[in-house]
Structures are given as structure tokens and as C-alpha cells.
Design a binder for this molecule. Structure first.
Ligand code: URA
Length: 302
């Protein structure tokens, strides 16, 4: 962990009881008795949709002898469940939404682990999501090596008019390799590679089917081929920020696992059938659960 990256000025006051921390978008605070039941958290699993979070939590509970599933009271922003050492939380769509979830979850982990850096570093983080494949057919699952923005530069934010805050979007190689190992022999189509996170589904992903169109068929193809030549294997909307923030605190174990819904070299619209989409989602969930089982229920892992 990187103590210097942690906002201790604010967070240590929560530990001493000088002031509470209100995780507003999750509808809980550090004074909420509900959080006492989460002290043993070992993994935080995020996904875009609340429905997926509920399914994941039920599935993890079943693997843990029907462990109690604790639901957070507020669900109008993010859906959150905790069971058997794993906190499952939705983050909505895109980096502005997901960054709120990630920052509040990081604060929650600091509180739950009482600022103990070693205990915090035991927590595994993952986002399981969907993406557009770059040269990969629908159904392929990408475990990300590095999260970048659409210009192949790392995640950054405006520092007002004064400059730019830069971050590191690298995903830890050891965790990625452990995920691939846990899935050996599964028959699932898994690859690893760089992922770009965009701020828009249509324009920044060079789609030609948006309400607004800025590109031609040629410039779109050129962009996607440039991405491919630079090792990018998929496009989604959260990964660069996720790695950036977790690296700021120096977490050593986190990953992103995304199913490709289509091959962007071949089209823009998601035309897979509901059955195919369901299968893609099941498969990326399986990749996560194969690793979670190895990590938390014995049998190796990292
Ligand atoms: N999610 C994205 O951001 N892009 C796609 O093409 C598919 C899913």
C-alpha cells in the first residue's frame, strides 16, 4: 500500500470518532451498525448493473452454505450486497458514476480495516463487465493488463485550469495470471490485453450509429486498427479509472474481467440474441467465480 496516497487527514478522524464518514451514495455511514457485519470483507466485486450484483451475491452465498446476504438499504444509485466475506456493489455506467462508487468503497475499506494497511491489502477488487471486442468475437472474455483512455494515455482529470491530475492504469500482473490459472481447463475463451475506457459509448468509441456522428467508415476503421496494433483488445467505460484509483492507494490485487458483446472491427450495434448475451454474462461470471473460489475457499489463487 502507498500510505502517502491515502487521504488520512480526513479518514483518520473517522477512526478516532472525531467525525463520521457518510457513504452517501450507498446510503450508509461509518456509524451504521450494518457495517460492523462487514469487517471481514476480503473481496469487493463491482459490476455495472444492480441485477447482476444480486445474482452474484446469491451465487456466492450458495457456494458458502447459504450464508446470510446483507442488503444495503439505499438502492437508487448503487445496489450493494454482502455475504461470506465478499461485498458486491454496482457502479452504474461510465467513469463519473463508477468513480463515486470506487471512492466511497475505498473509504469504507479504510474504515472497516481500521486503517491497517496490511489488512486492507488483503482485499481483492474486481469489476466484471461488458465491452466491445477489438479484433475479438462476441463471447471472448478479456482480463485487462492496462486501462487507458481513448488516446492510449492513462486516466486523468482536470485540475481546474491549473493542469491535469495523472494516474497509473496498470492492473497487477500477478492477479491477472492467477485469474488465468484458476480458469485453466475451463474451456472459456479468455485472453488478456489492454482495455480503453471511454467517456461516451458512441462518439469516443468511434461508432457510426449514434444520434450524432463525427467519423467516417474509414476513420473509424483506422482508429480501431490503431488500437489493435497497440495491444488494445477491448473498449469499455470504467477500467482506466478503476486501476487509477486503486493504484493511488497501492492495492496489490485487483482485476477487470469483461465479456466482449461484439467485435468492433465488424460493426457497431449489439445484435447478439438475449440467449447469447446471457451466455456471455454467465461466462464472465464463471471466470470471476473460478478465481474467487480459489482465492477464498481454498485451492491456491494468489
Ligand atoms: N460496452 C462498451 O462500452 N462498448 C461496447 O461496445 C460494448 C459494451
Amino acid at each position: 500500500m502507498k500510505a502517502e496516497g491515502i487521504n488520512r487527514e480526513f479518514l483518520d478522524g473517522v477512526l478516532t470518532g472525531a467525525h463520521p464518514d457518510v457513504y452517501y451514495h450507498f446510503g450508509v455511514s461509518s456509524e451504521d451498525p450494518l457495517l460492523e457485519g462487514l469487517r471481514d470483507v476480503r473481496a469487493i466485486i463491482m459490476a455495472g448493473s444492480g441485477g447482476r450484483i444480486k445474482e452474484f451475491a446469491e451465487r456466492w452465498s450458495a457456494l458458502n452454505g447459504g450464508s446470510e446476504v446483507i442488503a444495503f438499504p439505499k438502492e437508487d444509485r448503487f445496489v450493494t450486497r454482502y455475504t461470506a466475506g465478499v461485498l458486491f456493489a454496482s457502479h452504474g455506467m461510465g467513469m463519473p458514476s463508477a468513480s463515486i462508487a470506487v471512492q466511497e468503497l475505498m473509504r469504507m475499506v479504510y474504515f472497516l480495516k481500521r486503517g491497517d494497511l496490511e489488512a486492507m491489502d488483503q482485499v481483492f477488487w474486481a469489476r466484471v463487465g461488458t465491452s466491445g471486442g477489438v479484433g475479438l468475437p462476441g463471447g471472448t472474455i478479456v482480463v485487462t493488463s492496462e486501462g487507458l483512455m481513448a488516446d492510449l494515455k492513462p486516466y486523468r482529470l482536470l485540475q481546474g485550469a491549473r493542469g491535469v491530475y495523472w494516474f497509473d492504469g496498470t492492473f497487477p500482473a500477478a492477479t491477472r495470471e492467477a485469474i488465468l490459472r484458476a480458469n485453466e481447463g475451463s474451456g472459456l475463451p479468455i485472453v488478456s490485453g489492454k482495455t480503453i475506457a471511454t467517456n461516451e459509448f458512441f462518439l469516443e468509441q468511434f461508432r457510426l450509429d449514434g444520434a450524432i456522428r463525427m467519423e467516417t467508415a474509414e476513420s473509424k476503421q483506422e482508429f480501431l486498427e490503431w488500437l489493435h496494433e497497440n495491444g488494445v483488445r477491448n473498449i469499455e467505460m470504467e477500467g482506466a479509472m478503476l486501476a487509477a484509483y486503486l493504484n493511488s492507494w497501492g492495492f496489490s490485487s485487483f482485476a477487470m474481467i469483461c465479456a466482449c458483446l461484439l467485435n468492433r472491427l465488424e460493426g457497431d450495434q449489439v445484435t447478439s440474441s438475449p440467449d447469447q448475451l446471457h451466455q456471455f454474462s454467465e461466462d464472465s461470471g464463471d471466470v470471476l467465480f473460478n478465481y474467487l473460489r480459489s482465492l477464498l475457499l481454498g485451492g491456491g489463487g494468489e
